[in-house]
Design a protein around this ligand. Structure first.
Ligand code: SAH
Length: 241
C-alpha cells in the first residue's frame, strides 16, 4: 500500500510483484533492456553537450523501477537519482547498483514530493513508461517541470492511445508476442501525444522533439523513428528560462 497521493496502489503492487525480474534481460521485463540503449541515445541527444570543467549533470529518473535506465544514465557520468513508490523495486535497484559500484541516490518518493523538496534542482528529468500507471499524469508532468532548473530537459515516454497502439502494445505485446507481462497496460490510461504536449505546455515546458520506438517482429529489433508518435513514443521538452 502507498500513502502517497496521485499513486495507484494496485499499480505499485503490480511492480512490487515483478521486482525480482527487473534485471533478468530475458525475462518478462526484458523489453526494457532491449529498448534501453535506444532510449538512452535519444535522451543524450536532448541533453546539452557536457562542457569541460563543468560539474556532471544532475539527473532524476522518475518511476525508476529496478534502475535499468538510471544505471545507464549514471554510467554516462551523470549524478543520478532514482525515485519510485515500489519499495521492493527500490531494494532491487539499490542492491544492483552497489554490486556494480554505482553511486545512485534511490529514494522512496513520488514526483510531487521530489518537486516540493528540490524545486529547480535538476538538469534532466526522465520519466519513462510511468505516466500510464498514475491517476493524474498531468500532475506528474507539472512536478517534473518544477524539479528542473530553468533550461533543464524533461524526457517522457509512454504509449499512444490509438487502435494501432492497442493492437501492437496490448494485444501484440502482452498476448501474442508476450514481450510484456499480461495486464501491464490498460487502454484507457494510455496517453495521446497531443495530451502529453498540452500538459507539458501548461507546466511551462517547451516541446523539442518526439520519436517512436518501432518494433519489427521478424527481426525482433526496435528502431527509433524521429518525428513519429505511433505506439511507444518518447517526447522531450525544455523548461523555459
Ligand atoms: N522507468 C522504468 C520503469 C518503468 S515501470 C523503466 O522504464 O525502465 C513503471 C514504474 O513506475 C514502476 O517501477 C512503478 O513502481 C513506478 N510508479 C508507478 N506509479 C508511481 C508513482 N505515482 N510515483 C512513482 N513511481 C511510480
Amino acid at each position: 500500500m502507498t500513502q502517497f497521493s496521485n499513486a495507484d496502489a494496485q499499480e505499485i503492487t503490480k511492480f512490487d510483484r515483478v521486482s525480482k525480474l527487473w534485471w533478468d534481460a530475458h525475462g518478462k521485463m526484458g523489453m526494457l533492456h532491449t529498448i534501453n540503449p535506444l532510449r538512452l541515445k535519444f535522451i543524450l541527444q536532448q541533453m546539452a553537450a557536457p562542457q569541460i570543467d563543468t560539474p556532471p549533470p544532475r539527473v532524476v529518473d522518475v518511476g525508476c523501477g529496478g534502475g535499468i535506465l538510471t544505471e545507464a544514465l549514471a554510467k554516462t557520468g551523470a549524478e543520478a537519482t532514482g525515485i519510485d513508490l515500489s519499495e521492493l523495486s527500490l531494494e532491487v535497484a539499490r542492491k544492483h547498483a552497489s554490486a556494480h559500484g554505482l553511486a545512485i541516490d534511490y529514494r522512496y518518493q513520488n514526483a510531487e514530493q521530489l518537486a516540493q523538496e528540490q524545486a529547480g534542482s535538476f538538469d534532466v528529468v526522465t520519466c519513462m513508461e510511468m505516466l500510464e500507471h498514475v491517476p493524474d499524469p498531468a500532475q506528474v508532468i507539472a512536478a517534473c517541470a518544477r524539479a528542473l532548473k530553468p533550461g533543464g530537459r524533461a524526457i517522457f515516454s509512454t504509449i499512444n492511445r490509438t487502435p494501432k497502439a492497442f493492437a501492437f502494445a496490448i494485444i501484440g505485446g502482452e498476448y501474442v508476442l508476450r514481450l510484456l507481462p499480461r495486464g501491464t497496460h490498460s487502454y484507457r490510461k494510455l496517453i495521446r501525444p497531443r495530451e502529453l504536449r498540452e500538459w507539458a505546455r501548461a507546466a511551462g515546458l517547451e516541446f523539442t522533439g518526439i520519436a517512436s520506438l518501432m518494433y519489427n517482429p521478424l527481426t525482433r529489433r526496435f528502431r527509433v523513428d524521429a518525428g513519429r508518435e505511433d505506439v511507444n513514443y518518447m517526447a522531450s521538452f525544455v523548461k523555459k528560462s
